[in-house]
Design a protein around this ligand. Structure first.
Ligand SMILES: [Zn+2]
Length: 462
């Protein structure tokens, strides 16, 4: 099976893939709860002849593999939804389930495209046209930036030769940009309860420790790299004001362009937490690391292969109904609102007013670290990897909003998803068929990681 026949086969799977993406959209599941979506994908891959493996300790993660030997080529898929983004399809804001979850980041499409690409490559391997192994990684909990980190801790990516993934977007282009490293951690303080009026001197407030920790952290901001971001919420501040709070907890996220900056900021935050406990004569009862992901390291060689394939195919091939849908959605923007959604995905300002980006653009974001994080970062330090975006919703729609959920079950979304599947299949086909090209990608990766080897932050004594 040559490359074109493989892509033609994938074109023939449009209905199967669209049905799967829509069913996952209709049953949105939050991070780590993706029992239905992961089960559906496991069953489909098993039926296509893939061998399935569980990932210890991560029940909704799995690895599906076809073929044998090298090269081992990976595709990352996701399927988690977001809270409070339930929404009917179309241009009017209305929840399907009040405060229910919804696919406001398009992960129903993300994983399904990966599954399609993996099945196509398996057919090429099965026909004898390609050597090696293709793996589809069912990755849960991207929205809490934790699934792939837990999978990295289980060493499931260690023997990959190259890897690709994509993300739904309003703009079709390879992503040469990096993304922020991230760490999520909870600090829990234990105090001494007492009547807040008659015996206040006997009490020691855990909430005081949280508040003083936050004061310390806010003073720390001046003395960290200007790119470091710290955000927190108090998740437990006691129950009633007339009892000195015995328990209190604050949840922090730290982000920076390099994981080493995140690591150092975390070390200093722990000192602040200890200081807050000492000041208030409470105990720092727990420091619980929820997740930690490295910044994204982009492989330029793979970026180039993605770019060539995307340009050769031209774009998702949208139809008239897609253009109508996009025009209706864009009408829902207030003045200037569409343009605000352009920056995160590098959409050029001159496209303001248009409904849909139909072509495929040059790689975006080279040398830029965008102000968002993804657990794809961890994988990118284990194997050569590049991501790309594909238009699956109208121009300027930001992720994590009702408009995204409203778009990610549309025909337009399905066309974009199929293009993403074909891009991944074509790119990995090229890397497998041309050992010199794959060697270039690996040599670049070896140079980029020479001085800094990946260590899963969950295994690290930070
Ligand atoms: Zn996402």
């Amino acid at each position: 099976m040559d490359k074109q026949s493989m892509l033609d086969w994938l074109d023939g799977q449009e209905k199967m893939l669209s049905d799967m993406a829509r069913v996952i959209w209709e049953k949105p599941e939050l991070a780590m709860e993706e029992v239905f979506a992961s089960g559906l994908q496991r069953d489909a891959l098993a039926a296509a002849g893939f061998r399935l493996r569980e990932v210890p300790g991560v029940p909704t993660a799995f690895v599906a593999e076809y073929g044998s030997g090298r090269p081992v080529l990976g595709i990352l898929g996701e399927y988690d939804a977001l809270p409070d983004l339930s929404q009917q399809p179309g241009p009017e804001r209305r929840a399907l389930v009040e405060h229910g979850p919804g696919h406001g980041c398009g992960h129903n499409l993300l994983g399904t495209a990966g599954l399609g690409a993996a099945m196509a490559l398996a057919r090429a391997i099965g026909s004898g046209a390609l050597a090696g192994t293709v793996r589809y990684y069912g990755c849960p909990a991207e929205e809490t930036i934790s699934g792939k980190t837990l999978m990295a801790k289980a060493h499931v990516f260690d023997d990959l030769d190259a890897c690709v993934t994509w993300h739904p977007s309003s703009y079709t282009a390879p992503w040469a940009n990096s993304m922020l490293a991230n760490l999520s951690v909870r600090f829990r303080f234990k105090g001494i309860p007492a009547h807040a009026a008659s015996a206040a001197e006997l009490g020691r407030s855990a909430l005081d420790a949280v508040e003083l920790m936050n004061v310390g952290a806010n003073y720390l901001r001046e003395h960290v790299n200007e790119k470091v971001r710290m955000h927190y919420v108090t998740t437990n501040g006691g129950s009633v004001p007339n009892t000195v709070p015995e328990d209190a907890e604050v949840w922090y996220m730290v982000r920076a362009p390099k994981f080493e900056m995140v690591r150092d900021t975390f070390r200093r935050l722990k000192n602040i937490a200890r200081g807050a406990a000492q000041m208030t004569e409470t105990q720092l009862a727990e420091v619980r690391l929820e997740s930690a992901a490295w910044e994204v390291l982009t492989n330029e060689v793979i970026c180039g292969v993605l770019d060539r394939n995307m340009k050769a195919m031209g774009g998702p091939g949208f139809e008239e109904e897609d253009r109508r849908f996009a025009a209706e959605m864009v009408k829902t923007f207030g003045p200037g609102e569409q343009l605000k959604g352009f920056a995160p995905f590098f959409v050029p300002a001159e496209l303001e007013g248009q409904g849909l980006f139909e072509g495929t653009a040059d790689p975006v974001g080279r040398g830029v670290c965008i102000m968002a994080s993804s657990d794809v970062g961890d994988v990118s330090w284990i194997a050569p990897l590049c991501q790309f975006g594909v238009s699956v919703w109208p121009l300027g729609i930001p992720t994590h909003t009702w408009r995204t959920t409203a778009s990610t079950s549309s025909h337009l979304a399905m066309r974009g998803m199929l293009f993403a599947a074909k891009t991944m299949a074509a790119t990995l086909y090229d890397l497998s068929a041309d050992p010199a090209l794959l060697g270039e990608a690996q040599a670049e990766f070896a140079r980029a990681t020479e001085k800094q080897k990946y260590v899963c932050a969950l295994d690290e004594e930070i």
